[in-house]
Design a binder for this molecule. Structure first.
Ligand code: F6R
Length: 245
């Protein structure tokens, strides 16, 4: 079951998401937060930063585990997801850097890196709250449409549509890495709470598909309907094609 929370716009979505994350950290100060990159959560992270600066929120005991990372980029590359997280959240809140985890894109031994990352998630006792964006093709993390839901952290080849969507952040489309490490659907579904965000007209078709279509690995996010505690915060534009209210 997905609980739909209606937001007006990006700002409203971001504030509502930050409120839910903040409540999680207040209720359990040593929460394990699963985090995402991309355009969607930036406003949420800015709001969390602001509340932390004001002294309303404390990340000191929080641990984080990110969804994914490009293979071949190390954390100093300005398009790596490690760099994104440092810039957009970690450098601005009182989190202990050693408590933040992102797959290591510089480790080209895929089997070893995926196993190591799965162990990291297990050793933290699983994820309390997993934040997600959604790709235009329904991907979550970098779990692209496929025939079977992948369970654990694995290496994926990115689809053309994802490479094109992400090329806006690189000098040229040829610079976009072709592979990524991503948490699997099983690890994501293991989170106690899942918070998925969607903003803008470009997400309207996939939000309709997610809420009104069947559960299928061709739309990886559709599996979230089988989880007992999923919150979707979608703004007016992202909800604009829904027939159900
Ligand atoms: C990012 C991630 C991706 C994004 C998705 C949406 O860590 O795992 O699944 O959440 O591609 O990206 P934006 O928010 O840029 O539309």
């Amino acid at each position: 079951m997905i609980k739909l929370v209606k937001a007006r716009d990006y700002k409203d979505m971001s504030r509502k998401a930050a409120n839910i994350i903040s409540a999680q950290v207040i209720l359990k100060p040593d929460s394990v937060l699963g985090l995402a990159t991309g355009s969607t959560p930036i406003g949420t992270y800015q709001t969390l930063q602001h509340w932390c600066e004001k002294g309303d929120l404390d990340f000191f005991h929080v641990k984080t585990v990110n969804l994914d990372e490009y293979v071949g980029l190390d954390g100093k590359h300005d398009q790596s997801y490690r760099y994104f997280m440092n810039q957009n959240l970690f450098n601005h809140v009182n989190i202990v850097p050693a408590n933040t985890h992102v797959p290591d894109g510089s480790n080209l031994d895929a089997e070893a890196e995926c196993e190591r990352y799965h162990e990291v998630i297990e050793s933290m006792g699983g994820i309390d709250l997993q934040l997600l964006g959604i790709g235009n093709n329904g991907h979550i993390g970098f779990n692209e449409p496929c025939e079977e839901f992948p369970v654990n952290t694995h290496k994926v080849e990115l689809t053309r549509s994802t490479i094109e969507a992400n090329s806006r952040l690189f000098d040229s489309i040829d610079d976009v890495p072709r592979y990524a490490y991503t948490m699997g659907i099983g690890e994501i579904m293991g989170a106690k709470t899942i918070l998925i965000l969607a903003s803008g007209k470009a997400k309207a078709p996939i939000i309709k598909e997610l809420l009104e279509g069947p559960v299928t690995p061709h739309v990886p996010a559709s599996i979230l309907k089988m989880h007992s505690n999923v919150i979707l915060i979608a703004d007016e534009d992202a909800r604009s094609l829904l027939t159900i209210e």
